[in-house]
Design a protein around this ligand. Structure first.
Ligand code: KIV
Length: 322
């Protein structure tokens, strides 16, 4: 049997089957300007990637301030070796799903390789699609000084931009692999210039990926925009992790900067094995999970899809008794 609380079904993310209601006052949507105020107040910012509606809802309810629909989905969802083949249309599909699941978190869509580098016009058009078709509140793009004019134009037309400097995965071949950047004085100065340039261009926050902690601390104290670190130490204004890493869904990957807060791959594999056993033995489905006379017995448990059992829940897929 599953360890999950009775009544939780994959199609009813909260287990209640309740439709989304209005956002309570204390759960007002996080905004791009609010992140800057959080930096001013010295409050740390928690960012996590998300790729679908169910995870978005879980991570949002867990309190994440920002959900980043990262092009890392190319690696963890699509099974690619790099993020380079990910397309705008694929990103928009995942952005729409995450936007539907997120209630409080700011949703940021990651612009994929070659969707913003060819021309500013391209960048504007594609970024516009992320907001209009993807339902996100902001976009992220990789690059420092070279991308500053593009960021300035996007910001000027009202599209909030999260910048990304240091280890920029879309430049994996230029970097010779996914390697820590900014080692040595000259490289450190270049990344500091990159961070200043994108902050001056109006980026509302700057991801610092794969750089020494001391450099991240220096950057964080020299720009007003909040820095969001990944493999960049504790001095950043916030942190971001790939949700699959945080939840232990990538068992073969154990980079130094990742801390796992759960082991969901193991839990999911073990749950699947129990299910397979029960299907093979005929233990599943039992009367409690079947329709008809056996399920309607007086002593049958109340509908497991509700907290009180008073109102039968309906899964949004498949049959129901109602
Ligand atoms: O694509 C992504 O998930 C990212 C984060 C790791 C910052 O860019």
């Amino acid at each position: 049997m599953s360890d999950a609380p009775k009544g939780q079904s994959a199609g009813s993310p909260s287990g209640t089957g309740a439709p989304p209601g209005p956002i309570p006052a204390q759960r007002a949507r996080v905004t791009a300007p609010e992140l800057r105020r959080m930096k001013e107040r010295g409050e740390k910012i928690a960012v996590v990637t998300a790729y679908d509606a169910t995870f978005a809802r879980m991570l949002d309810e867990g309190g994440a301030d920002v959900l980043l629909v990262g092009d890392s989905l190319g690696m963890v969802v699509q099974g690619l070796d790099t993020t380079l083949p990910v397309t705008v249309d694929e990103m928009l599909y995942h952005c729409r799903a995450v936007a539907r699941g997120a209630r409080r978190s700011l949703v940021v869509g990651d612009m994929p390789f070659m969707s913003y580098q060819v021309s500013v016009e391209d960048a504007l058009r594609n970024a516009g699609r992320f907001l209009a078709e993807g339902g996100v509140h902001a976009v992220k793009l990789e690059g420092g000084e070279a991308m500053a004019p593009t960021i300035a134009r996007l910001v000027a037309i009202g599209i909030p931009v999260m910048a990304h400097v240091g280890l920029t995965p879309q430049s994996v071949h230029a970097m010779g692999g996914f390697k820590v950047q900014g080692r040595g004085d000259e490289n450190a100065e270049r990344i500091l210039r990159d961070a200043r340039a994108v902050a001056d261009a109006g980026a509302f926050s700057v991801v610092l990926e794969g750089i020494p902690s001391e450099l991240a601390a220096r950057i964080t104290s020299s720009i007003d925009a909040p820095t969001i670190g990944i493999g960049a130490g504790v001095s950043c204004d916030g942190q971001v992790l790939v949700c699959y890493d945080l939840l232990g869904l990538t068992p073969e990957l154990k980079p130094k900067f990742v801390k796992r807060y759960a082991e969901l791959f193991d839990a999911g594999r073990d749950a699947t094995a129990r299910y397979v056993d029960e299907v093979r033995s005929g233990a599943f489905p039992d009367a409690q999970h079947s329709f008809g006379a056996a399920a309607a017995k007086k002593d049958a448990p109340k509908d497991p899809g509700t907290k009180s059992g008073a109102t039968p829940s309906k899964t949004p897929y498949g049959p129901s008794d109602a």
